[in-house]
Design a protein around this ligand. Structure first.
Ligand SMILES: [Zn+2]
Ligand SMILES: [Zn+2]
Length: 200
């Protein structure tokens, strides 16, 4: 099946440039929602664990995942595993978990497009000629789901979100509020982490 799942224009505005990886993450996120049988997350019920790391390309996928699923960084619904892999696990406590990974064959086929020759020379996506970028994006939209994604249900996946609390305390040194989970005690006084000099 080929379910293009073309991102809305605001997704490209949010992301900042046009590239193939934000739309790939978007498609992955939309397919994961369908797989789990859940709607785009309004509140705090769906978690995404991308396996991407840092210092490597293609992390743009994570912006597409956030747009598609509503499981955003700011809602603390997204946490990277730093495995350095092009994959993510999508987890809903009532619906279970599914892992999506990009297939190596798909990555290899996509890597032949001129877009990546520019990227390897260090050209930023916003500076790559638009026809070059649109060529690879359109090619990606036209690929079948099965060619792009390995999909594995993860029945044993476990995750316990941190219990939330609204309690906060004023740091005895800087006077700024610090949420209680992060309050440290030094010389019998409540302090924020920077003022305490303690490690996190
Ligand atoms: Zn991008
Ligand atoms: Zn302080």
């Amino acid at each position: 099946m080929t379910t293009q799942h073309i991102p809305p224009e605001w997704a490209f505005e949010f992301h900042g440039h046009r590239c193939p990886f934000m739309p790939i993450g978007y498609r992955m996120g939309k397919l994961a929602l369908a797989h789990l049988g859940v709607e785009r997350e309004k509140d705090h019920g769906l978690f995404v664990f991308p396996e991407l790391g840092e210092g490597h390309p293609q992390t743009c996928m994570m912006d597409g995942m956030q747009v598609a699923t509503g499981a955003t960084y700011g809602k603390v619904l997204m946490a990277k595993t730093f495995y350095g892999k092009l994959a993510a696990t999508f987890y809903h406590p009532k619906k279970g978990a599914v892992r999506f990974a990009l297939k190596a064959e798909f990555i290899d086929a996509m890597g032949k497009f001129e877009f990546f020759a520019y990227r390897k020379r260090g050209v930023e996506p916003s500076e790559i000629p638009s026809a070059v970028t649109e060529e690879v994006i359109q090619w990606m939209f036209d690929q079948p789901d099965e060619f792009m994604f390995k999909i594995e249900p993860k029945p044993d996946f476990k995750f316990t979100p941190v219990k939330g609390s609204f309690n906060k305390t004023k740091c005895s040194v800087c006077g700024e509020y610090v949420f209680d989970r992060y309050v440290r005690t030094k010389d019998g006084q409540p302090m924020c982490i920077p003022c305490s000099g303690y490690d996190r």
